[in-house]
Design a protein around this ligand. Structure first.
Ligand code: GLU
Length: 301
C-alpha cells in the first residue's frame, strides 16, 4: 500500500498557525515520500464541533495549497466502525464500564499527573463488579508496561500509559465515541503510516499504541512537532487573535508568506520568504526540522 500521511483537525474553531504548521509538515513529509495525504475531520464530540467550521478549515488548507487525496472523512459518520471495534475489545475482556462522574474525577486529587496537563484515570472502576448497560461509559483496560517508540523528531521515547492517561474512555455515557478510539480505528482503516501532530499530544501516544495492538492494527511512525508560541515564548492564546489566516490577511500577510514562514520554521528554507507548498518538498527532511517550539514573529501578533 502507498504510504499515507494525514491531518486530523477538530472542527471547533479556526485553524491557527500551530495547526497549519502541523498540516504542512504532514503534507510535506507525505509528498517527500511520494505518498498520499488525507484530511480527516475529528468531530466525534458533536457538542463542540460544527461542520461549517470544518468547511472553513478545508478552505484555509486549500488556500495554502493542501487538499485531501480522496474524500475528507468525518468521524461523526463513522459510528459503525467504532462500534465494531468496541465489540472486538469487549470480546477480549478489554473494556469495562465506568460510573465515575466528572465530579468524582475532579476529586481524585491523588491521581498521578502526567505531562501536558494529562490526568491519568486511577482505575477506580476497573475492579468494581459493574453490569454493562446501554448507553454506558466504557474504558479500555490498558495493558501494563511502558511503550517505546522512535519519534521521527524527538528520538527514542519510552512512556507508561498507566502514568499518563490511565485507562482511557472509549465511549461516553452520552453516546459519543471518544477521541482515542476514533483516532486509532481511523488511522488503521485509512492505512495511515505516519502521524504528525503537536507535542501537546505526545503523552497520549503510548495509550494509542496499546489500543492499536489490542485491535490488531499496525503501528504508524510518529512525529511530535514543537508548538508555535507567542513572540515571548508563552503559549498562544486568544489574546494573540489565535493567528488564523483571516487575521493575518487583514494585516497584509498573505498565504505565500505564511507558507514561506512555516516552511522556514520547518527547516525547508533558509529565510522566511514567500513560497508555495510545492516549492518546499525538495527541502523537507525530518532531521532538518527543529524539535523545539517556534515563536511567531512579533509583527504578526
Ligand atoms: N484531532 C486532534 C486535534 O485536533 C488531533 C488528533 C491527532 O492528531 O491524533 O487536536
Amino acid at each position: 500500500m502507498a504510504c499515507t500521511g494525514r491531518f486530523a483537525p477538530s472542527p471547533t474553531g479556526e485553524l491557527h498557525l500551530g495547526n497549519l504548521r502541523t498540516a504542512l509538515a504532514s503534507w510535506l513529509s507525505a509528498r517527500a515520500r511520494g505518498g498520499r495525504w488525507i484530511i480527516r475531520m475529528e468531530d466525534v464530540d458533536t457538542a463542540r464541533c460544527r461542520s461549517s467550521l470544518g468547511d472553513a478549515q478545508l478552505r484555509d488548507l486549500a488556500m495554502l495549497g493542501m487538499e485531501s487525496d480522496g474524500p475528507v472523512l468525518w468521524q461523526s459518520r463513522r459510528g459503525g466502525s467504532y462500534q465494531a471495534a468496541l465489540q472486538r475489545l469487549f470480546g477480549q475482556g478489554g473494556l469495562y464500564p465506568c460510573i465515575c462522574t466528572r465530579k468524582d474525577l475532579a476529586a481524585m486529587a491523588s491521581a498521578p499527573h502526567g505531562e501536558d496537563g494529562l490526568r491519568a484515570y486511577p482505575g477506580t472502576c476497573r475492579h468494581r463488579p459493574l453490569p454493562f448497560l446501554r448507553p454506558d461509559a466504557l474504558r479500555f483496560r490498558v495493558p501494563e508496561g511502558a511503550v517505546a517508540w522512535d519519534d521521527l523528531l524527538l528520538g527514542p521515547q519510552d512512556d507508561d500509559p498507566a502514568l499518563l492517561t490511565g485507562d482511557p474512555l472509549l465511549h461516553r455515557r452520552d453516546g459519543c465515541y471518544a477521541y482515542h478510539l476514533a483516532v486509532v480505528v481511523d488511522d488503521g482503516e485509512q492505512g495511515v503510516d505516519e502521524i504528525v501532530r503537536g507535542q501537546d499530544l505526545r503523552g497520549v501516544t503510548a495509550t494509542q499504541v496499546r489500543l492499536q495492538e489490542a485491535l490488531g492494527l499496525p503501528r504508524p511512525a510518529y512525529a511530535h512537532l514543537g508548538l508555535v508560541t507567542a513572540p515571548d515564548g508563552s503559549r498562544l492564546g486568544k489574546r494573540d487573535g489565535a493567528l488564523g489566516l483571516a487575521m493575518l490577511a487583514h494585516k497584509g500577510i498573505g498565504p505565500e508568506l505564511v507558507v514561506g514562514w512555516l516552511g522556514w520554521s520547518l527547516g525547508c528554507l533558509e529565510r522566511p520568504e514567500p513560497a508555495a507548498a510545492g516549492d518546499l518538498v525538495a527541502g523537507f527532511r525530518w532531521d532538518r526540522v527543529p524539535p523545539g517550539p517556534v515563536a511567531v514573529p512579533a509583527a504578526w501578533t
